[in-house]
Design a protein around this ligand. Structure first.
Ligand code: GLN
Length: 204
């Protein structure tokens, strides 16, 4: 299995190392030709404005948009969430976000919280994260911290406003790998992996 990582800016090495820890091969994606053969795509954390500009200038906007519409499993972390939220470059998930809503870098923090993926609290690293301020009916809520939604899924797209790639073994990484496996096994179906139970969406 090969999972692409948008490698224009941000936490690319961290995601590569994280996939390696899970025995999955990661492939940096810089140009449209790099998309051939990938079975999933990660949009890393970083700076979403810079990433947006680099996506446009590298010619990736359209081919990645096509793959998203075809159901390629995509995982957006932090800045990656901004790219996929309403108003983002791919605007593929029915959520609204406010960027940097928790303050500057010094307010970065590590939280342990349960989710629908794990009864055991999971470490979640927040670094200048966007805040999810609304979610449509199609959106599954996977995790909340202090009343804020921090992880969601809509169809084949998983979003985490925190950084699972920075911890050793996160159920969110396992969830995404499951989504990619499920899709590779049954390319015509929207993945419904056991790790990501479906929940009714709601306004947050
Ligand atoms: N604040 C960044 C942005 O909105 C995201 C931060 C991150 O990805 N760690 O672009």
């Amino acid at each position: 299995m090969v999972i692409g990582i948008l490698a224009l800016q941000g936490n690319v090495r961290e995601h590569l190392a994280n996939l390696n820890r899970h025995d999955v091969q990661g492939l940096p994606v810089r140009l449209p030709g790099d998309l051939a053969g990938i079975e999933g795509l990660i949009l890393p954390g970083g700076e979403s404005t810079a990433m947006r500009n680099l996506v446009s200038s590298s010619g990736l906007e359209e081919p990645v948009g096509d793959l998203i519409r075809q159901g390629l499993p995509v995982w957006g972390t932090c800045a990656g969430v901004v790219l996929l939220a309403r108003g983002g470059i791919w605007s593929s998930v029915d959520i609204t976000v406010v960027r940097n809503a928790y303050g500057s870098q010094v307010f970065s923090r590590l939280v342990h919280e349960k989710s629908t993926l794990s009864e055991t609290p999971t470490p979640m690293v927040f670094i200048r994260s966007p805040r999810i301020t609304s979610a449509g009916r199609e959106v599954e809520i996977i995790a909340e911290v202090e009343g804020d939604v921090v992880a969601v899924r809509q169809g084949s797209i998983l979003l985490t406003t925190f950084h699972p790639e920075l911890v050793d073994h996160s159920p969110f990484t396992a969830c995404f790998i499951d989504m990619v496996r499920a899709r590779s096994a049954r390319p015509d179906e929207t993945p419904a992996p056991g790790h990501c139970p479906k929940e009714a969406g709601r306004t947050v």
